[in-house]
Design a protein around this ligand. Structure first.
Ligand SMILES: Cc1cc2nc3c(=O)[nH]c(=O)nc-3n(C[C@H](O)[C@H](O)[C@H](O)COP(=O)(O)OP(=O)(O)OC[C@H]3O[C@@H](n4cnc5c(N)ncnc54)[C@H](O)[C@@H]3O)c2cc1C
Length: 397
């Protein structure tokens, strides 16, 4: 599987990539990060998102490594990009209705695919990379084979999907979630909303042929792209709810650890004294879409889980794979467990699976520090980055 050859689902592979990238995370990144030179040519960005997404490598570790090598001024652009992940996560966590409404819009769009003449063919052609727009078709194929796209390609792809092909944006966001190894409810939904003009009302992103030509090193100069990007209409974002409080476990009670695909870095829990009697693993990655997710995504998540449970075997107790959240109670009873602790699952399928269940959700200090500031635009969040960096240590992953 090409995707897993490029992005092996193991912490060691993520750390090796991090070590190779760190020397380029300073002014080199600021100058060249917008270049998309295609599969095998993504050396101007880190390519670390698949590992960061599952926390096989943590954002804290990444920031500490980069700032151990570069001054905050030289690494400013890269550091800001890293914080986009926490910003989007916090923004969505505080407005879960935006995820619910995306899911409802996706179901409506899939229904339209069944009933509207021509829509099924157009949608299928876009997914398969058969639109005749050479750059778009190349990105669709890159996505399907490698599970990764450069940030600029994601922006162009989303813009062409919405404004040139005039397809429902939710169908495009769904194609990304089903194929990206880093597919993430927050970054993806809000990235697509941002391109469409729903996230920052009235402001859209238009893919321009000259910019594509320049930033792809002349690989493409598409013709026939939309010349304007009128914003889609949607309801205003709801006001933010408070940041969820972290739960606390009782060290005197028999404890079980529940790991999900959202956060495979239990090291900080062990440092804080968690000593599980047994561990259960639950993956909800197939809940990212009502359609089937790509085999390479399922394989990446399975590999990431195997890697994390092998590395932490001495701390986990017996490990049980659960097929659904309904099995948690039976697993806990069978192991004499009185309380179940899990790293906090942010808005998405894992959180949906655990909704209403008696599980203690532990919010990572990194998220707890960042999310209170995810209320307005990124520019107001950006002003908090220096103080957020002050609080970063090097927790075990
Ligand atoms: C329409 C659209 C959809 C997207 N969908 C996803 C998604 O499902 N999952 C996902 O992880 N990212 C998503 N992104 C954000 C971004 O494109 C990727 O995080 C980035 O391209 C990952 O590649 P990299 O690790 O080489 O990035 P680098 O440029 O090396 O950046 C380093 C890290 O910073 C963070 N980062 C950088 N840019 C962004 C950004 N715009 N938003 C959030 N975090 C960022 C990521 O953790 C990334 O790994 C999307 C962006 C757009 C425009």
């Amino acid at each position: 599987m090409q995707a897993l050859t490029q992005f092996p689902p193991a912490r060691a592979a993520g750390l090796a990539r991090l070590a190779r990238f760190v020397p380029r995370a300073g002014t080199d990144y600021a100058r060249r990060r917008n270049l998309d030179l295609g599969p095998g040519g993504h050396d101007h960005v880190s390519g670390l998102s698949p590992w960061l997404r599952r926390r096989l490598v943590t954002e804290e570790e990444l920031l500490a490594s980069v700032l151990g090598r570069h001054s905050p001024v030289a690494a400013r652009k890269f550091v800001e990009e890293v914080f986009w992940r926490a910003y989007w996560k916090g923004w969505l966590e505080r407005r879960p209705a935006v995820w619910t409404s995306y899911r409802a819009g996706l179901l409506r769009a899939l229904d339209r695919v069944q009933t509207e003449a021509g829509l099924r063919q157009d949608w299928a052609a876009a997914c398969r990379g058969e639109t005749g727009i050479d750059c778009f078709d190349a990105w669709a194929r890159e996505l399907a084979t490698t599970g990764y796209l450069h940030n600029h390609a994601r922006m162009w792809f989303a813009s062409i999907w919405i404004f040139t092909l005039r397809l429902p944006w939710e169908l495009g966001a769904d194609v990304f979630l089903r194929h990206l190894l880093d597919g993430d409810p927050a970054s993806n939904t809000l990235g697509w909303r941002w391109v469409a003009g729903l996230q920052t009302p009235g402001r859209t992103y238009l893919a321009r042929p000259g910019n594509i030509e320049k930033c792809t090193g002349g690989r493409f100069r598409p013709e026939g792209l939309a010349a304007a990007a009128p914003a889609l209409e949607g309801p205003p974002a709801p006001p933010p709810r408070p940041v969820p409080e972290s739960g606390r476990w009782d060290p005197g009670r028999a404890t079980g650890l529940l790991l999900t695909e959202e956060d495979l870095a239990p090291g900080s829990l062990f440092e804080a004294g968690l000593a599980p009697r047994a561990t259960a693993v639950l993956s909800s990655v197939d809940g990212l879409s009502p359609l089937a997710v790509a085999p390479h995504l399922l394989a990446f998540v399975e590999g990431a889980i195997d890697d994390a449970t092998a590395r932490w075997a001495a701390r986990l107790g017996p490990v049980t794979r659960l097929s659904c959240a309904d099995d948690i109670a039976e697993w806990a009873a069978a192991n004499g467990i009185e309380q179940v602790v899990t790293p906090y699952p942010p808005v998405g399928p894992a959180a949906d699976a655990l909704a209403g269940r008696d599980v203690i959700r532990i919010l990572r200090p990194y998220d707890a520090a960042a999310w209170p500031h995810a209320t307005q635009s990124f520019s107001s969040f950006r002003a908090r980055i220096p103080s957020l960096l002050d609080g970063i240590g090097r927790p075990a992953a």
